[in-house]
Design a binder for this molecule. Structure first.
Ligand code: CAA
Length: 246
């Protein structure tokens, strides 16, 4: 029977590619989108006209009760979640001097609390069934920091702490938990960076001399979701064009 993959924020730049790749590999793909996303229905229609058969649910991943209600519904409608990709994320880039508590909270709640909120809903079932994959989409900036991203870098670094601890707790149960850390990928989030900052501060530091492609990230997620990746757990895999080698 086809495995169920839940991708949070599946309508964004990385999320859409991840959904498409997992669907092509035969997973039943379910995605969440923010409750206020007015383009969600149109996106779903367009994708399903192409034959993907996605399901989509509104869910504020920063809200624990909303995540519980959402996953309960998914389980009822489609079945238990075998692969969880914690991909939903936002930026509120600004120097620390300008950052308000609200800017800090928004990023921590959406990018880090969400990992707890969603993983909590699926982990017991994965352990009981002795199979599961959790993939946390972090960032090169969680490893190296980034000017204007104290909130984002803290959340993204925190994700990997969660990954390592969670991986240990479920390692004997056939469940793997991994982080991936994409670098700068050609998505809307990256294209929102002022062009002069991109040209002068970012692109010169990417040895392969280009932005990454969402499909390149999706390929890594597909690998980590697979049977073959059963021995990879607690890892943080960089995929950044050589930007931050260590
Ligand atoms: N490194 C060093 N100095 C920098 C810098 C950088 N990356 N970016 C800006 N500065 C400097 C500027 O040169 C400027 O210096 P001077 O005053 O001496 O001229 C000073 O900081 C102020 O710069 P700005 O005028 O740009 O300040 P601002 O307050 O208008 O904007 C900012 C600051 C919002 C951080 C803006 O620079 C910015 O958006 N930077 C990009 C942040 C970034 O990389 N975000 C990543 C988004 S993509 C992502 O997050 C996906 C992922 O996971 C990789």
């Amino acid at each position: 029977m086809a495995r169920v993959a839940l991708v949070t924020g599946g309508m964004g730049g990385l999320g859409e590619s991840i959904c498409v790749k997992l669907a092509a590999l035969g997973y039943k793909v379910v995605t969440t989108h923010s409750p206020g996303n007015s383009k969600a229905a149109e996106w779903l229609q367009t994708m399903n006209n192409m034959g993907y058969g996605f399901k989509a649910y509104p869910c504020d991943v920063a809200d624990f009760d909303a995540c519980k209600a959402c996953v309960d519904e998914i389980v009822k409608d489609i079945g238990p979640v075998d692969v969880l990709v914690n991909n939903a994320g936002i930026t509120r880039d600004m120097t620390f001097k300008r950052m308000t508590k609200a800017d800090w909270d928004a990023v921590i709640h959406t990018n880090l609390d969400s990992v707890f909120n969603m993983t909590k809903q699926v982990m017991d079932g994965m352990v009981e069934r002795k199979w599961g994959r959790v993939i946390n989409v972090s960032s090169v900036n969680g490893i190296k920091g980034a000017f204007g991203q104290t909130n984002y870098a803290a959340a993204k670094a925190g994700m990997h702490g969660f990954t390592k601890a969670m991986a240990l707790e479920v390692a004997k149960s056939g469940v793997t938990v991994n982080t991936i850390s994409p670098g700068y990928i050609g998505t809307k989030m990256v294209m929102a960076i002022p062009q002069e900052v991109l040209d002068s501060k970012i692109l010169p530091h990417i040895p392969v001399n280009r932005l990454g492609k969402p499909e390149e990230i999706a390929g890594l997620v597909a690998y980590l979701s697979s049977e073959e990746a059963a021995f990879v757990t607690g890892a943080n895999i960089s995929i950044n064009g050589g930007q931050h080698m260590f």
